[in-house]
Design a protein. Structure first.
Length: 290
């Protein structure tokens, strides 16, 4: 695979978020609505598309809990399939619930659905009390140590050095900028501001291709690889390739996030991945650098 620029996601690619972001999703819903969210349910929302923002996953999972209590008979798979059919994302989840419930039941769900509280709980669990005060500008609703400190590094320093020596490197992540800085500092990966996109830099989110195309333009690249751990990462590259005829975009799935093993590999391929690697450390060999 011949490329001249490589763009990396952060979560599930550079750092492991199974015990941080994903843990915070499930525990936020459980704290607010006394209902646990299994790990496979979180992945089902991710696969449905439009849930690059983990706050949105939290809101949608809580919405399902409330809808089921109000009479919705679908399980997680039924719900996320309906979301995918409706175009993906939180707005689609809201539409599915509205269509499935009668007016009174839907009103009860909307009244009980407290996204502000869910976000506060999520940020407290993820950031911890001290970082919450620093980044959110107030006191957290309870004390917590912060799951952000439980994010093992997934990439070897020599891999980033090898890639940086051969290609322009960028980052495209759904993290807020401040949280992206923390992860990149942990990894030891310095990225200029104009070589990265975070949640704070664009409204559309993945799988919209604008951010990836913009990075390709800034690099003046003709062949760009985007490496991510979700189907929406691959879909972003596919859509960029469809909308930007002057360049070639490769979507590369990595099996260190929520998608693992042969099942994860099959899902990536079905989504249009040009390659699937076990870890980001396999990229130099994929690109012919070792």
């Amino acid at each position: 695979m011949q490329v001249d620029a490589v763009v990396l996601d952060i979560d599930g690619v550079l750092v492991d978020v199974a015990d941080s972001y994903r843990r915070a999703i499930g525990e936020s819903v459980e704290r607010v609505y006394d209902e646990p969210v299994p790990t496979d349910a979180i992945q089902a929302f991710k696969d449905a598309s439009g849930f690059n923002n983990d706050w949105d996953v939290t809101y949608a999972a809580a919405l399902l809990v409330l809808a089921q209590r109000a009479g919705y008979e679908g399980d997680v798979e039924t719900f996320t399939d309906a979301i995918a059919d409706a175009g993906g994302g939180l707005a689609a989840a809201e539409s599915v619930v509205e269509q499935a419930l009668d007016g009174d039941a839907h009103d009860r769900v909307r009244t009980a659905w407290d996204t502000d509280r869910l976000r506060d709980v999520f940020q407290t669990l993820y950031l911890g009390s001290d970082l919450y005060r620093d980044l959110e500008g107030g006191d957290p609703p309870f004390d917590a140590p912060g799951y952000i400190h439980d994010e093992p590094i997934l990439v070897a320093g020599r891999t980033l050095e090898t890639l940086a020596a051969a290609y322009d490197l960028g980052v495209l992540t759904g993290r807020p900028a401040a949280e992206a800085d923390i992860a990149l500092d942990r990894v030891g990966f310095a990225v200029p501001d104009d070589h990265r996109f975070t949640m704070d830099d664009w409204d559309e989110g993945k799988p919209h291709p604008r951010a990836l195309v913009t990075l390709a333009e800034r690099f003046d690249a003709t062949r760009v690889a985007f490496v991510g751990d979700t189907l929406d990462d691959v879909r972003t590259a596919v859509r960029a390739d469809e909308t930007d005829p002057d360049r070639t975009y490769y979507g590369i799935g990595v099996l260190t996030g929520g998608l693992r093993g042969s099942d994860g590999r099959g899902k990536f391929v079905a989504a249009g991945a040009d390659a699937v690697v076990e870890t980001v450390d396999d990229l130099p060999a994929l690109f012919g650098d070792v």
